[in-house]
Design a protein around this ligand. Structure first.
Ligand SMILES: Nc1nc2c(ncn2[C@@H]2O[C@H](COP(=O)(O)OP(=O)(O)OP(=O)(O)O)[C@@H](O)[C@H]2O)c(=O)[nH]1
Length: 239
């Protein structure tokens, strides 16, 4: 059969792959928004970036990032998730996907979209349907969390032990905490980070560049750290 397709005189330009979607999860206050701000500061000069934040009822994290002046404000979108922010990054990711796709359509082609989870749960992880890669953030003040494990700690592409500058003040041995984390992760990387330690920030930026490069050459495989622990949305318990 002759080919019935109309002949294309102009081959389509090569399609640039969509942006790398990098999720940032971790318990409340461990420094997720600060990490987003740091990554924007480090990488926005070389990469086209946008940010999506998740908060329960507010756009507080988005406002923090907008006021930090690290990206044009319109490239920072807030998803208000209602009662269960982890559902919006795990079970029904449609609101987040809409936000990412809107940003790509408005400002694309983009290289990197950072998605910050609304962290109210130690075990919340991103669905691979939303995040191509994810980092999980704990901090030195969080006690024994590295040893307690959970899917983000054991299975995220990168585990960050954050605020290492505070370690002497909270009586924590960073090396021991990192060693505990490493032993829970079966070879996956762990990074000790502080916004006051430029070398650690450079390492974080390099890690993102390396994921982006692997995604572009087809060797990065999004992996699911695993579902979060069972939890309840009830606001009170029967006594
Ligand atoms: N000493 C120190 N403080 C930090 C560092 N990174 C973040 N912080 C502080 O930790 C607090 C929480 O940081 P955020 O970035 O808001 O943390 P978050 O995880 O986004 O918080 P939620 O969005 O509320 O879950 C803020 O007071 C930050 O200034 C760090 O490297 N060192």
């Amino acid at each position: 059969m002759p080919d019935q397709q109309p002949h294309r005189h102009h081959p389509r330009p090569p399609v640039r792959p969509r942006a790398l979607r990098l999720g940032v999860a971790g318990p409340v206050g461990t420094g997720k928004s600060s990490i987003l701000a740091t990554l924007c500061r480090e990488l926005a000069g070389e990469l086209d970036m946008a940010v999506v934040t998740n908060d329960i009822y507010t756009d507080e994290d988005a406002r923090f990032l907008r006021s930090a002046g690290v990206l044009p404000t319109e490239r920072i979108r807030a998803v208000e998730t209602g009662a269960c922010p982890h559902t919006a990054i795990r079970d029904d990711v449609s609101a987040n996907l809409d936000a990412v796709e809107d940003l790509e359509e408005a400002y694309g082609p983009l290289d990197l979209v950072l998605v910050e989870s609304g962290g109210d749960n130690l075990t919340a992880t991103f669905s691979p349907a939303l995040a191509d890669a994810q980092l999980f953030c704990i901090d030195v003040a969080g006690g024994d969390v590295a040893r307690k494990g959970g899917p983000g700690i054991t299975g995220a592409d990168l585990l960050i032990v954050n605020k290492t500058d505070l370690a002497p003040h909270v009586g924590v041995d960073v090396d021991a905490m990192v060693a505990d984390a490493r032993s829970a992760r079966d070879g996956l990387p762990v990074l000790a980070l502080s916004r006051h330690d430029p070398a650690s920030i450079a390492e974080l930026a390099d890690w993102v560049r390396s994921v982006l490069a692997r995604r572009r050459n087809g060797t990065h495989v999004p992996t699911d750290p695993g579902p979060m622990a069972p939890h309840s949305h009830a606001h009170h318990h029967d006594s």
